[in-house]
Design a protein around this ligand. Structure first.
Ligand SMILES: *[C@@H]1O[C@H](CO)[C@@H](O)[C@H](O)[C@H]1NC(C)=O
Length: 120
């Protein structure tokens, strides 16, 4: 039984609990950032990744979306396998970090641009 529960724990390690995520986003001042509430950010993370920190998804154009906010390699980061503007000057793999720090910093830049959260 303990082996099974251990395996389950490992396979779910990439999923962050909603409250832990809320705490992390609040700590990095996303609550109210550019007028978006903590709920807006939680909703965005849920819709984009289902709270899966390590989610990577390939798009029809060959680019990839990374992490909790599914940030796109075509514009924001370099994944060394698809064309990238690399606006954020960041390794896409960093957007999968359990600390969430790179994803949060990048999300702040994206939401600060014209269109705000509509950029997603
Ligand atoms: C999280 O995303 C990774 C990468 O896309 C995937 O392999 C993994 O199965 C996902 N985890 C869950 C619990 O869906």
């Amino acid at each position: 039984v303990s082996l099974v529960s251990c395996l389950i724990a490992v396979s779910q390690a990439s999923i962050i609990n909603r409250c832990d995520l809320a705490r992390a986003l609040h700590k990095e001042d996303l609550d109210g950032f550019e007028g978006y509430s903590l709920n807006d950010w939680l909703c965005l993370a849920f819709v984009e990744s289902n709270f899966n920190i390590s989610k990577v998804n390939e798009n029809a154009d060959g680019s990839f979306d990374y992490g909790i906010f599914q940030i796109n390699s075509h514009y924001w980061c370099n994944d060394y396998r698809s064309h990238s503007e690399n606006i954020y000057h960041e390794d896409c793999q960093d957007l999968l970090s359990p600390s969430l720090l790179s994803s949060i910093i990048c999300a702040k830049k994206i939401v600060s641009g014209a269109g705000g959260m509509k950029n997603w």
